[in-house]
Design a protein around this ligand. Structure first.
Ligand SMILES: Cc1ncc(COP(=O)(O)O)c(C=O)c1O
Length: 267
C-alpha cells in the first residue's frame, strides 16, 4: 500500500513562485524563462474582476442561471463575446457555434483525442514541438506517436504525406461516425514553439489538401496567434481559415486557442 506521508505537496501558491528559475516575484529580476505576467500586471485584474462580478451578479438576480449546470460547449454568452473578440483580432469571422470552452489549449487537445480520434490511432507531431503537449500526448498509450520533419519554413509537407500514407497503409481502421479520424497531426503553424516559424501560405494549403486526401485531423495549436507585432493590423491567417476558404471543405482542421495566457491565467 502507498505511504500517504510520502506524497509531496509543495507549498507553492502557484506555478511561478518556485526557486530558482521560475520565480517571477523578484522585483530586481526580469524573468524571461516563464511565459507569465508578474504581479504588477496581475494586480490590474483586481478592479476589472470586481467590476465584472458586480455587473454579472446584477444580471443573475432574476434566474441565477450562472450557478445552474452549464451546457457541454460552455456558456452561450461567453462564447458569443469570445467569437466577437476573436473575429476582431483575427480580422476573420469566428462563429460562436464553432467554439467549445476548455480549461486551456492542452485540455482542448486531450478532449479532441478522447472523443473523435480512434483509440488505436496515430498521432503525428513535428520533430520539435511544445514539450507539455508532447507529455499530454504520451498519456494516450494506445496510440502510436510518429514525428514528421521540419525545415526552415516549417513542416515539410511532401515528406509528411509519404510518412502519413505509409502509416495509414499499416493499420486497419475502424472509422465510425463517432470516431471519424484514424490519425491526428498536432501542429503549431503560427509562431511555432520552439522555432518561431510561421507556416507559409503554400504549405498551409498543401497541408489542408493532404489532410483531406489522407483523412487525418489537424489540430492547430493557435495559442500565439494573437501575440503578433509589426505593422500588420491582423495576425497571419489561421489554418482553420484556409480550410474554410479552400474549395471542398471537409472539416479536417480544428484549432485550439488559449485566450487565458493573453487575458486571465485563471480561465
Ligand atoms: C505551443 C503552446 N501551446 C499551449 C501552451 C499553453 O497551453 P495551456 O492553455 O494548456 O496552458 C503553451 C504555453 O507555453 C505553448 O507554448
Amino acid at each position: 500500500m502507498a505511504d500517504a506521508h510520502r506524497i509531496e505537496d509543495p507549498h507553492l501558491y502557484h506555478l511561478f513562485d518556485g526557486e530558482p528559475v521560475l520565480n517571477v516575484y523578484k522585483s530586481d529580476v526580469t524573468n524571461l524563462s516563464a511565459g507569465t505576467p508578474g504581479p504588477d500586471l496581475l494586480k490590474q485584474c483586481i478592479e476589472m474582476f470586481k467590476h465584472a462580478t458586480e455587473h454579472r451578479m446584477k444580471k443573475e438576480e432574476e434566474h441565477a442561471y450562472l450557478f445552474q449546470y452549464g451546457i457541454t460547449s460552455g456558456l452561450w454568452e461567453f462564447r458569443e463575446e469570445l467569437a466577437k473578440f476573436l473575429s476582431a483580432k483575427y480580422g476573420d469571422k469566428v462563429h460562436r457555434q464553432n467554439l467549445i470552452l476548455t480549461c486551456g489549449a492542452t485540455h482542448g487537445l486531450q478532449m479532441i483525442l478522447t472523443t473523435i480520434v480512434q483509440p488505436n490511432g496515430v498521432i503525428f507531431v513535428e520533430e520539435a514541438s511544445y514539450m507539455i503537449a508532447l507529455d499530454a500526448l504520451k498519456q494516450f498509450s494506445g496510440m502510436k506517436m510518429v514525428t514528421v520533419p521540419i525545415d526552415s519554413e516549417g513542416v515539410d509537407i511532401a515528406a509528411m504525406e509519404n510518412i502519413v500514407r505509409e502509416e495509414k497503409s499499416k493499420g486497419s481502421w475502424n472509422v465510425t461516425e463517432e470516431k471519424p479520424f484514424w490519425a491526428v497531426f498536432y501542429t503549431i503553424p503560427i509562431f511555432h514553439n520552439p522555432t518561431g516559424i510561421t507556416l507559409p501560405k503554400k504549405r498551409c494549403e498543401a497541408l489542408v489538401r493532404a489532410a483531406r486526401s489522407l483523412d487525418f485531423l489537424v489540430v492547430c495549436d493557435d495559442v500565439y496567434v494573437l501575440l503578433h507585432y509589426g505593422n500588420a493590423v491582423h495576425p497571419p491567417k489561421r489554418l482553420f481559415a484556409y480550410d474554410a476558404t479552400l474549395e471542398g471543405y471537409a472539416g479536417d482542421i480544428l484549432g485550439v486557442v488559449e485566450v487565458s495566457t493573453s487575458t486571465w491565467q485563471v480561465l
